[in-house]
Ligand binder design. Structure first.
Ligand code: GUN
Length: 172
């Protein structure tokens, strides 16, 4: 992993430099770092993390859906083809998803398709905090929910993913 950065260094970055460092905390969604930068200086980890999440919460449903849709399927086409971002590759591997049988791969694909079909966006769960069994259980339970509640849940999971990525990045 690259050397960790301090908040002091981060607070000294111009917008481009800040987005280079913090952009990847949200999958394929550098606009979140871009829109949060002007709130610097950030006094501690929590202050920065909350500001990033608040940018998402205040951004409206269209942008929130774009953020959810920027996430790759677990055991999806990109995962199988090896074209995920390095963060996503590590996250999926940490849940044990890089070592599935062909039956399990098939099951993930069936569930991904059912979820996408019902809600119109991919199933997002923080892969670093869940193993294969918990993720499969999550599909079963969450497929019963309403679209509104799944949007909220997906954003909560994305905030967990972001917190872990941000902790990897920062020394504070
Ligand atoms: N899609 C569903 N869960 C995850 C996750 O934890 N990380 C990434 N990158 N994509 C996901």
């Amino acid at each position: 992993m690259a050397e960790k950065i301090t908040l002091a260094v981060l607070n000294g970055r111009d917008q481009t430099g800040f987005v280079q460092l913090i952009g990847p905390v949200f999958e394929h969604s550098p606009w979140i770092a871009e829109m949060t930068w002007s709130q610097k200086p950030f006094v501690d980890f929590e202050n920065l993390y909350r500001a990033l999440c608040e940018t998402v919460n205040a951004s409206g449903e269209a942008k929130q859906l774009a953020l959810i849709r920027a996430h790759p399927d677990l055991v999806g086409r990109a995962a199988l083809a090896g074209t995920l971002t390095s963060a996503s590759t590590n996250e999926q591997a940490s849940a044990g998803l890089s070592q599935l049988s062909s039956e399990e791969i098939q099951l993930f694909q069936t569930q991904n398709a059912a979820y996408q079909e019902k809600f119109g966006f991919p199933f997002v769960i923080c892969a670093r905090l869940n193993k294969k069994e918990a993720i499969l259980k999550g599909f079963e339970l969450r497929l019963k929910n309403s679209r509104e509640s799944e949007i909220v849940t997906a954003l909560v999971e994305i905030f967990k993913i972001a917190e872990l990525r941000l902790r990897d990045l920062l020394s504070t």
